[in-house]
Design a protein around this ligand. Structure first.
Ligand SMILES: [Zn+2]
Length: 672
């Protein structure tokens, strides 16, 4: 219900890569030597026979828990460059790399099997077709590593991770049961990966989702939820039918499954329906709590114990209370393990079991602390831009907790991409008090995502602008902190002009667009402002400016409206910002110049001398519109920069085409 997009919205980076970098069809294969008369000494195997990208794609296709993180430059895989992934294989690093840091025989065997190209010739024509589709499905999600470095961690850290991962495995089983896919097993490796990645045998990627022959299991099973009796699901409108039963309120409860009961139905609480697995989660959480001996983690320990109890009682409120009591000041960990969102199931009633496990991001914490003493000045600056009737308030920062994901599991682990901002819980007293909001800061900061972002930028930026572009996470983190901080500043949602809040003044969707436009424009404004306060350098501000343009392009590429014609707030704001900067001659399109990648013709440049005055003017326009409740001007911005059919609309098409060239990210997880 409240899976939300936040400021950084790495969604900007969700689609990545350029055609040039697409995975090659065939790997480098060494020519087999002719059979010798006498066996020579075994040649030392080499690990340069697959490129890094091929290795990672092959590992995915072969259901092997490997990821080649990065290469030191010699184009050969070394044991220290190998990440062993969390997953259904339950793999241990020690199986593949010994204590001396050398590859073991099982790894050598696996590598040899990976070097050989897939051979389906022995299969029937139907099966060959199916396997081809399964690989096409997989290829549309590029394995993307989320790795947590525990090399400097404590024994306590490692114990916590071990037990939380065990709990996550049980959550995966429960969620598989909710989805009705828990007993589905594939015969071949690629199909096994598909079932794990998609949490079921069904294809979900754009090129394959509508192909009836794309399935991990042949013949393709029926898609039936595990939360309702199979028989009732034969009726396409079974949710309506259940909603009319006399015990409908029970049947529609968030924390139960529905079973047949004579002529009718009854609700069975999760704690009974999934008893064994729920007990297994509880036991693992208690083990994690018991592993905590440092006094600084008392709040986390309390949550682990409260959550364990909730998994036994099905009463989630005590766990929620312990959960909101946690924060960056009393724990370095973030964990949410609970049934939360309902989108995944056909009636959208039943909360799906999910795990988001993370560490607090210290960089963003440092930024928050830096801004705390100047927040009154920041408020004054925005009040001055807004002008009367808005008056500077006594402001408080209520910022999301910035977290670096360690593991997503269950309903929090989609086939492609990941949630990058979330506000929970959805129901109950804690929700009514505002709950807790988080922003995920480490997703899309891995090497492959950086390379993708780099090639996206290089396809749109001119060579001179590209020299100022960086894929470093720092400017993006600053931008998201400024964006989130700005939601607390200036005329916000609760601000009343002529007695009306923003929903009433602007209308719901436009009010959201204006609030997001305010926050993101303030982020551009404040990064320049911080230069005048000697908090950051001009070069850092320029790097942030370039990154914010890339952020804007990413959101523009998602399209202005959803399939059912709802405005996408972030896309709208990005188009208003970038359209305004184009009109002001800051963002300059050079139609005949080649982009930095040397192939695309037509590219964008920034006139940095004009950047600050143009951003100041835009900030004034947006703040005034919000402060005075000027709906006319808000609509004028949308009309001109979002719905216009001019050159800017054509530019947006070009941005979209180049930005969306690469496969989406499929996140995989490892602990170093
Ligand atoms: Zn926002």
């Amino acid at each position: 219900m409240r899976r939300i997009a936040l400021g950084l919205t790495a969604t900007a980076l969700t689609f990545a890569g350029c055609a040039k970098e697409a995975v090659k069809e065939e790997p480098k294969v060494t020519t087999p030597a002719p059979a010798p008369a006498a066996p020579p000494p075994a040649p030392k195997p080499t690990f340069d026979r697959l490129s890094r990208l091929d290795f990672n794609v092959r590992a995915q296709e072969r259901f092997l828990p490997f990821f080649w993180r990065s290469d030191d430059g010699n184009k050969a895989l070394e044991p220290a460059e190998l990440a062993v992934l969390w997953g259904p294989q339950n793999a241990q690093r020690s199986t593949f790399v010994d204590e001396k840091g050398a590859f073991t025989q099982p790894f050598l065997d696996a590598y040899e099997s990976m070097v050989k190209a897939a051979d389906d010739k022995a299969q029937s024509a139907d099966e060959q077709k199916r396997l081809g589709l399964v690989r096409l499905e997989l290829s549309q999600g590029r394995p993307t590593l989320v790795e947590t470095d525990l090399t400097k961690g404590t024994d306590e850290d490692r114990a916590i991770i071990k037990h939380v991962f065990a709990a996550a495995n049980a959550i995966e089983r429960i969620h598989g049961k909710q989805l009705g896919t828990d007993t589905m097993e594939a015969k071949d490796a690629a199909s096994k990966t598909l079932i794990h990645r998609n949490q079921g045998p069904f294809c979900v990627a754009p090129k394959t989702e509508k192909d009836e022959a794309c399935t991990a299991i042949a013949p393709k099973p029926k898609q039936l939820s595990g939360l309702y009796p199979a028989a009732v699901q034969a009726d396409a409108k079974f949710c309506d039918k259940l909603a009319k039963e006399k015990n409908a309120k029970d049947l529609m409860g968030h924390f139960s499954a529905v079973v047949a009961d004579g002529a009718g139905f009854k609700a069975v609480p999760y704690s009974e329906f999934y008893k064994a697995d729920m007990e297994s989660v509880a036991t693992s959480l208690e083990a994690a709590a018991a592993a905590i001996t440092s006094p600084g983690e008392a709040a986390f320990q309390k949550y682990l114990r409260a959550a364990a109890t909730s998994f036994r009682t099905n009463d989630w409120e005590p766990a929620n209370e312990a959960w909101v009591a946690m924060g960056p000041t009393n724990s370095k960990w973030y964990l949410r393990i609970a049934p939360d969102e309902v989108y995944y199931e056909p009636c959208a009633w039943k909360a799906g079991f999910a795990v988001s496990f993370a560490r607090i991001n210290m960089d963003s914490l440092a930024w928050q602390q830096k801004l705390e003493p100047v927040k009154a000045d920041m408020e004054k600056a925005l009040a001055a831009l807004a002008g009367p009737p808005y008056k500077a308030r006594d402001v408080k920062f209520k910022l999301p907790d910035f977290i670096d994901i360690v593991l997503n599991a269950g309903d929090a682990r989609p086939a492609h991409g990941a949630t990058i901002g979330q506000s929970l819980p959805n129901w109950g007293k804690v929700a009514e008090k505002g709950g807790r909001t988080v922003a995920m800061t480490n997703l899309y900061t891995d090497l492959d995502s950086q390379k993708s972002l780099e090639s996206q930028m290089a396809s749109l930026f001119c060579a001179s602008l590209m020299t100022k572009a960086t894929t470093d996470a720092k400017p993006a983190v600053m931008s998201v902190v400024l964006h989130e901080a700005a939601h607390n500043l200036g005329p916000s949602h609760e601000y009343k002009v002529k007695g009306k809040e923003d929903d009433e003044v602007f209308g719901g969707p436009l009010a959201s667009t204006m609030e997001e436009l305010k926050a993101q424009t303030a982020a551009l404004y404040f990064s320049q402002w911080l230069v005048t306060k000697n908090v950051i350098t001009q070069a850092e501000a320029d790097a942030a400016a370039v990154r914010d343009v890339a952020w804007g392009f990413g959101h523009i590429s998602r399209g202005m409206y959803t399939a059912d014609n709802k405005p996408r707030n972030y896309s709208h704001l990005a188009s208003i910002q970038m359209g305004t900067l184009t009109k002001a001659g800051v963002l300059v399109f050079k139609a005949d110049e080649k982009a930095a990648n040397g192939t695309d013709v037509g590219c964008f440049d920034i006139d940095f001398a004009k950047w600050k005055p143009a951003v100041d003017t835009l900030a004034k326009r947006v703040l005034m519109a919000k402060g005075k409740g000027d709906r006319k001007d808000a609509e004028a911005m949308v009309t001109e920069f979002v719905d216009g059919k001019d050159d800017w609309a054509k530019r947006r098409e070009l941005i979209t085409e180049r930005w969306l060239r690469a496969p989406k990210a499929t996140f995989v997880y490892a602990v170093k």
